[in-house]
Structure formats: structure tokens, C-alpha cells
Write a protein that binds this ligand. Structure first.
Ligand code: ATR
Length: 261
């Protein structure tokens, strides 16, 4: 999708994937620097580990505690995180949802959840509820985000408390975990407790229709998978590297073409 956008903008850039073993990350970063690249993406399992090799972090990466995009600027390597803002953008485009609209339930408390909560807070979310299999991790994420964004009401909630106490007043549910990639349901989530106007976002995009998406859309709820977030984080990275905006919707179209062919 990056190459499609470079080509559409007549930019003389190329995007190439490299598989890098964890123990070779430092060498890979030095190599990219020596080659004079403009920037790169990093993904699992390097998103946190990369930080120690960089010269600075943008606030997006600092808050998320993870980097997915690096810009090499005047010899300095700066880490960004475009995942969270990609989510916020996809929520607007795919679900017509803006974070100020109401209570948001975040499922999960790992790296993806951290980036999501931080971006939702930056986008002026009013109330964020974090629910996770391991409650202590939800509490740790809540405390950290509370310190960074004291103006947002953030709560950590136990799985067994979610359905009756919180779901009826929830506007949006976001799954940040990998549950669903292998066809599993989110066992503790009872979608029937949501109001008919609630929306459901699953960051998973492979498969395109997870059990969560299937079940929620079957109940008439507005739903979206994570394809829009994948495209949006890429659009942001594109702009960080090139200073230009890619043609609107091109990356999403490209991904949709791949995923549906
Ligand atoms: P990522 O960076 O993709 O978020 P991670 O940091 O390993 O990955 O976090 C994975 C998240 O998915 C965690 O919140 C994890 O819950 P735990 O903290 O209890 O481990 C959650 N998760 C993964 N598989 C799960 C499952 N089968 N059931 C419930 N939660 C699961």
C-alpha cells in the first residue's frame, strides 16, 4: 500500500519488507542508518525494543511506550506511533464515531491497548473503561494513563463486572487483543447488554470477519474490523516520511483488494 501511494504521488521512494531476528535489531537499525534511508516501520516483536536504538521519541510513541514508525531526519532517528491515531481516524471514517461521543470500553491491556487508550485520550475521550483477562495489567495501564491524561475519566474493570454494570451505558467497544484471529469468541463479553446504538471495533483484520464482528453485526450493531486502522497508520507514516498526504482512501482500497482477492 505504501508503494501504491508513492507511485500515485510520483515520489521516488520504495518500501521493502525485511525480516529481522530479535538479536539482530541493533545491527539492522545501524545498517538502515548507514544506508541513508528516510524512515521505516517496525512491527512485532520490535515495537518496544527499538526505542533504545533511537535518538528521540514523538509524544505519540512516548505515551504508547512503543514505536511503529521511524523518521531519519538530519541523521537523527525519531520514533513515532501512528497506530493509535490510525485507530481514531478509522473510528471516524468507518464507524462515524468521535471519542468525545461517549463511554468507550477497551478490551485488552497490552501494547495495542496502550496506544489506543493514549490516542483516544489525546482525541478528548471523556470516559475509557479498560477490561482485561489479567486485571492487574488493566490497573497498571489505567494508572499510567491517568497520570498522562488526568482530565479523562479512566477505569479498570474486572471481566465479571463489565456486562451488567457498564455495557448498557457504553457507546463503543474496541477489541485490542488477538482473540478472534483464530476464530475464538471473547467469552466474557455479552453483546446483548449493549444498547442498539452502540458500535463495535475489532482491531483484528485477519480474518476480516471475526466472531466478534459476526455476532455484533448479527445483532444489528454498527461494526468495523481493523483494516481501516492498518491503512490509516500507514497514511500517517507516509506523511511523516514524505511531508505529503497520500491520495485519500488509496491504501484502504489497496488492502481491500488484497484481502478480498
Ligand atoms: P499487543 O502488543 O498486540 O497488545 P500484548 O502486549 O501481548 O500484545 O497484549 C495482548 C493482550 O491480549 C493482553 O491484554 C492479553 O491479556 P493478558 O494481559 O491477560 O495476557 C490479551 N489476550 C491475548 N489472548 C487472550 C485470550 N485468549 N483471552 C483473553 N485475553 C487475551
Amino acid at each position: 500500500m505504501q508503494n501504491a501511494a508513492f507511485s500515485a504521488c510520483n515520489l521516488d521512494y520504495v518500501y521493502i519488507p525485511f525480516a529481522v531476528a530479535p538479536e539482530k535489531l541493533g545491527e539492522a537499525v545501524s545498517g538502515l542508518h548507514a544506508l541513508g534511508v528516510r524512515g521505516y516501520n517496525v512491527t512485532i516483536p520490535h515495537k518496544t525494543e527499538i526505542i533504545r536504538y533511537l535518538d528521540g521519541l514523538d509524544k505519540s510513541a512516548e505515551d504508547a511506550g512503543a514505536v511503529n514508525t521511524v523518521l531519519v531526519d538530519n541523521g537523527r532517528m525519531i520514533g513515532y506511533n501512528t497506530d493509535g491515531d490510525g485507530l481514531v481516524c478509522s473510528l471516524a471514517e468507518d464507524l462515524n464515531f468521535v471519542p468525545t461521543m461517549g463511554t468507550i470500553v477497551i478490551i485488552g491491556a497490552g501494547g495495542a491497548a496502550r496506544g489506543a487508550v493514549a490516542a483516544l485520550c489525546r482525541a478528548e475521550a471523556k470516559r475509557v473503561i479498560i477490561v482485561n483477562r489479567t486485571f492487574d495489567k488493566a490497573c497498571a495501564l489505567k494508572s499510567d494513563m491517568n497520570q498522562r491524561y488526568p482530565e479523562v475519566f479512566i477505569e479498570a474493570v474486572k471481566m465479571e463486572e463489565l456486562n451488567e454494570k457498564y455495557l448498557p451505558y457504553t457507546s463503543l467497544v474496541v477489541n485490542t487483543t488477538s482473540i478472534g484471529m483464530n476464530g475464538d469468541r471473547i467469552e466474557f463479553l455479552n453483546l446483548a447488554m449493549l444498547s442498539k446504538s452502540a458500535k463495535v471495533y475489532d482491531m483484528v483484520y485477519s480474518p476480516l470477519i471475526t466472531p466478534l464482528i459476526h455476532e455484533a453485526s448479527g445483532m444489528g450493531l454498527m461494526v468495523s474490523n481493523g483494516l481501516g486502522m492498518l491503512a490509516s497508520q500507514g497514511e500517517r507514516a507516509f506523511t511523516i516520511w514524505t511531508g505529503q498526504t497520500p491520495p485519500k482512501g488509496l491504501m484502504k482500497q489497496f488492502l481491500t483488494g488484497i484481502c478480498c482477492s
